[in-house]
Design a protein around this ligand. Structure first.
Ligand code: SF4
Length: 235
């Protein structure tokens, strides 16, 4: 296979999509293309396991179908629902965020990286997920699992480089499917140690060693009232 050519990206994109269709984890939010649903879900997933969030997903979004409904929910109601996640403080924070979106953005989650990053608790990962999965704007979604896969396949160690590679893969396919594939491949197959025999990229992967000390990911930094992104070492 030619190295790093357009054909190679196409082939990798195809394999990732095929693998994801057969093997990606099924979660209810992965079926939704709604920036409100993705934003709330990703905020919940920050500190809570996916299986736990999945248990109350339907209840949350059938009760609060819009951001306006979430913004005007009563404290008691929200506390009752979120106590199931064991994260009561999350309820108030979500309602505050919903109120800001109603007041500032007319009740629509902004499909704009800069506006999303201005929100409390929203970093590059969540903003990218909202854009890619909710707004349908192809945007690389990079977590540590994705970085591990791309370190091994391409030898890259910085999020900025990962985002360049993922953008090329997106041009050859479906950005949501490819993003889910990279996230799940890193979580289930390209683990430590990697299970290369089960990997759809086995014969195209260079199997570079992990260079974690060189890993850098974007962090949101507030400076002089402005939101900046800096690539920083990974914990
Ligand atoms: S072939 Fe192995 S090292 Fe390469 S991406 Fe797959 S699991 Fe990771």
């Amino acid at each position: 296979m030619p190295s790093h050519s357009e054909d190679m990206y196409k082939e990798i994109a195809r394999r990732l999509q095929d693998w994801c269709t057969a093997s990606c984890r099924k979660y209810p939010w992965r079926e939704r293309r709604d920036p409100y649903v993705i934003l709330v879900t990703e905020l919940l997933l920050q500190r809570t396991g996916a299986e736990t969030v999945a248990k109350i997903f339907e209840e949350i979004f059938s009760k609060y179908r819009t951001i306006e409904e979430l913004a005007s929910a009563s404290s008691e109601e929200l506390r009752g629902l979120f106590s199931k996640l064991g994260l009561l403080y999350r309820a108030e924070r979500l309602r505050e965020m919903a109120k800001v979106i109603v007041e500032k953005h007319g009740g629509r989650v902004p499909c704009d990286m800069g506006e999303l990053l201005k929100m409390k608790g929203v970093g590059v990962y969540i903003a990218s997920a909202v854009l890619n999965f909710g707004c349908g704007i192809p945007t690389p979604v990079v977590d540590k699992n994705v970085l591990r896969v791309l370190n091994r396949v391409f030898g890259v160690t910085r999020e900025s480089k990962c985002r360049e590679i993922i953008s090329k893969l997106y041009r050859a396919g479906d950005s949501a499917l490819i993003a889910f594939a990279l996230i799940d491949l890193g979580a289930m197959v390209c683990v430590e140690p990697p299970r290369c025999k089960e990997c759809p990229l086995s014969d195209v992967c260079a199997k570079h060693p992990l260079r974690k000390e060189e890993w850098r990911m974007y962090r949101k930094v507030l400076r002089d009232g402005r939101v900046l992104l800096e690539e920083q070492p990974v914990d």
